[in-house]
Design a protein around this ligand. Sequence first.
Ligand code: ADP
Ligand code: MG
Length: 627
Amino acid sequence: GLASLVPLLRGLQNQQYGAYKRLSGAFTSPTYELHFDHIQNDLFAAPSRLRVRVPQSVAGFPAEMLANKARTTALADFVLRAVYRYVQTEGPRGLGGGGGRGGGFHSPRGGLLAVDVGGQRVLPRSALLMDTENVELRFYYPLPARGRTVLADPAISALTVFLPKLIKQTLHYTSYDAAAVAAFVDCIEDQVTLRTLLREHGLVAFVPNGAILPRESGVSDRPLATADAVPFQSPPSLEVSLSLPHRGTITGMGIRRGVTLIVGGGFHGKSTLLQALEMGVYNHIPGDGREFISADVGLLKVRAEDGRAVTRVDITPFINNLPRGKSTQEFTTADASGSTSMAATIQEGLEMGCTGFLFDEDTCATNFLIRDYRMQHLVPKVREPITPLIGKVRALHAEHGVSCIMVIGGCGDYLDVADTVIGLDQYVPADLKVQVADVVSRFPLPTPPEADGESYGTLPTRRPVFPAFTGGKPPMRVRALHQVTLFAPLASSSGVVSDVTAADMETVATARAPPSDPIWDLSGLDQLAEVAQTRCIAGILETIMAHQQQKNQQASAKSPTMRQMLDEWKTRFDQASHAAVAHPSTKVGPASLPSPYAARLPGNWSQPRLLELGSAINRLRGFTFTT
Ligand code: ADP
Ligand code: MG
C-alpha cells in the first residue's frame, strides 16, 4: 500500500542510486494508485515515469462531461492544464535550481515533477486520460540524488506530501468551478461540431467575425495583443451563419469549395490568414483568438521542399520528360527540387484522400505555379518537363472535387482560374468578384493558362506503404530511430528536449545521426502542431515497422496501401480515445493513444492528424516501397 512508500524511501537514503529500482510497481490507497512504470538508471538519465490513477468514484467528474470523444478530450486537456499550473505554482523546488522559469518541467538535476501539457490546441494527450471509470495522470520525475546516492527527503516530500495535494486540487472535480469546466468543454465541442457543419454547407473553411489571427511574434503561438490586432470581419457577400449546440449562431466568412485566392499587398495579412486556416483543422483553447476558425480536416498545406525524399510517386500530371529519361510514373529521388517536391506532395495528398490543398506563394516554387507568356515562347513546351499548377487547379476540382486555397501576391494569371478572390487591405478582407471580372476582361491573357482545359491526369497509384529495406534488414539509421523512440525522450511541448535525442518538432534524429543529418525531415509539414505529435508519429512508425518485419518473414504477405493503413489508424485512434482507461484493474491499461509498447506508457504524446502521419511516412529515407 501507499503507506509503505515513506518507510521504503527512508530506507533507501544514502544507498546507491540503483536502489530506487525497488520502487518499481504500484502503491495503492483507497483514493488513488501510484505506479512507478520506469525508474531511471541514474540522475542524468531520462526522468522516471510515474502514473497516478484515481477512480471516478473519488474523482467525481460527471458522466455528462464524458458523453462523447470531443467532451472527454476537452475535459482531459482542461484538467491537464490545471495540473501543469499547479505544479508550476505550488511544486517543490530548491533542488538543482530547477524551480525558476518553466518550473514544473524537466530539471536535469532532479527534483521536479513534469507533465507534458499542450499549447494553444486541445488534442487527445497521453499525459492525462479519462473515462467514466478512472482519471489517469502520467508524469515524469527525476528521482533526487546527492552525487551517486539516493536523497530520500525531497522524494518523500514530492511524492507523499505534494503529490496527494496535487491530486486533490486537480484530479477531483469538486476543486473546480463547474461553470469554468463546462465553458471550456462546451467551447471545444462546438468547434468539433462546426467542423462537421462545414461539409454540409459546401464550405472548406470558416473564419468567424471577431477572430484574432495574428500571433504575438514569429516564434510565438499566442495571440497578438488585442490593442494591436485588427479583428477579423467577413465581407458581407461571403458571410455565412451557422448554428452551434452551445454557443448558438456564429457568423463569419465561409470559404466555399473550389479555387479560392487570397490576394493583397505585401504585409497586408495574407500569410497570417492562411496560417490560421492551416491550424483550423485543430481545436483551440478559449481566448486563443483562433477558436472557431475552422478548416476541413482533409486540407493539406503544400510547400516546396527542396531536398526532400520521394519514393515511387506518380507525378505525371505535373512532370514529364525529365532529363535522361528519368521516370515520373514512379518518381524516386533522395533530393527533390522545389517543383518536383510539390508535385509529389499533391499526388501523395490525393492518395491519402485530401479534400483540398493550401498554398502560399511565399513558399511555393514559382515554376510550379506558372509559366508565363514569354517563358512559353522562350522555352518550348517539349523542353519543359513541368506542367504548372495553374493548368490543373480547375480539373482538380471538377474531376476530383478537390479544392485549393492559394495565397497569391504576384501571379495574376491565377485570376482566370479562381472561383473566389479575397483581397486583404490592411488586414481587412474584401470580396473582389467585381474587380476581378473587370481586370480579367480588360487585360486578357494572350493565351489561356498552359494545360487549362485538359484533364487532371493520372491519379496516384495505390502504392503499398511498407517497405522493403534494402537487403531485407532495416538500414542502420532506421534502427537508430527505433532506439530513440524506445527511450521515449522527454521533451516538453514548449521545446525542452532531453539529451537522449534531438527530437524537435521537425527533425527526428539520434545522437548518432545529428539534426544536420536527419533520418526524417518533417520541416515541410506546416500543419504538424507540436512535438508531442511527432513523438506519437515516431511511435506509430515503430509499430508499423515491427509489424512489417514480422510480415516480411512470411513471403506471401502483402503490404497495405497508404489509404488502408491510415484507415486502420483512424479506427485505432477513435477506439482508443473513447476508452482511455478501459481496464482499471490491470496495472497497465491501454493508452488513449495507440502505443506499440503498451508497457512503455508514454506520458508525452498527442494525437496527430492522419494526414501528418501519412506525410511523415512519405518522407522517410532509405526505404523502397514494394509491390
Ligand atoms: P503578407 O503575407 O500579406 O505579406 P503577413 O500575413 O505576413 O502578410 O502579415 C504581415 C504582418 O502583419 C505580420 O507581422 C502579422 O503578424 C501582421 N498581421 C497580420 N494580420 C493582422 C491583423 N489582423 N492585425 C494586426 N496585425 C496583423
Ligand atoms: Mg506572406
